[in-house]
Ligand binder design. Structure first.
Ligand SMILES: O=c1ccn([C@H]2C[C@H](O)[C@@H](CO)O2)c(=O)[nH]1
Ligand SMILES: [Zn+2]
Length: 132
């Protein structure tokens, strides 16, 4: 599965977004090392703080199914520049995905950026900081 295919999977997930408040639909597709794809969309709530981002939906789906080896994630929204994940999602990605894993940020115009987890959240606070 290449970057373009993973972006297409994320676009399909985006169609399921439940975003009646922001009207901002986001899709994500997380690729495991053995080639499975877990998709996620954002899911909002009338109690706004409970909104869950697409990236975290995909990651939590995968982890809760026993997955822990990831190869790439694609995230797509209808933005001018490729979508920029929020800080909370950057922290979750840094926690559960390898530092050198590919992160593909895309929009619906065909623009995309590829970066690593470490580039997405430089100097991340991680479990290595917790205990000496
Ligand atoms: O990278 C992002 C940025 C925002 N959102 C969602 C959260 C909320 O439902 C809506 C507006 O912020 O978009 C995501 O899912 N991923
Ligand atoms: Zn987020």
């Amino acid at each position: 599965m290449d970057s373009h295919q993973l972006i297409e999977e994320a676009k399909r997930a985006r169609e399921f977004a439940y975003a009646p408040y922001s009207r901002f639909k986001v899709g994500a597709a997380l690729l495991t090392k053995d080639g499975k794809v877990y998709k996620g969309c954002n899911i909002e709530n009338a109690a706004y703080s409970m909104c869950n981002c697409a990236e975290r939906t995909a990651i939590y789906k995968a982890v809760s199914e026993g997955e822990n080896e990831f190869a790439a994630i694609a995230i797509v929204a209808d933005t001018k520049r490729p979508v920029s994940p929020c800080g909370a999602c950057r922290q979750v990605i840094a926690e559960l995905c390898p530092k050198n894993m590919k992160v593909i940020l895309a929009n619906l115009n065909g623009d995309y950026n590829e970066l690593t987890v470490e580039q997405l959240l430089p100097e991340a606070f991680t479990s290595e900081d917790l205990h000496e």
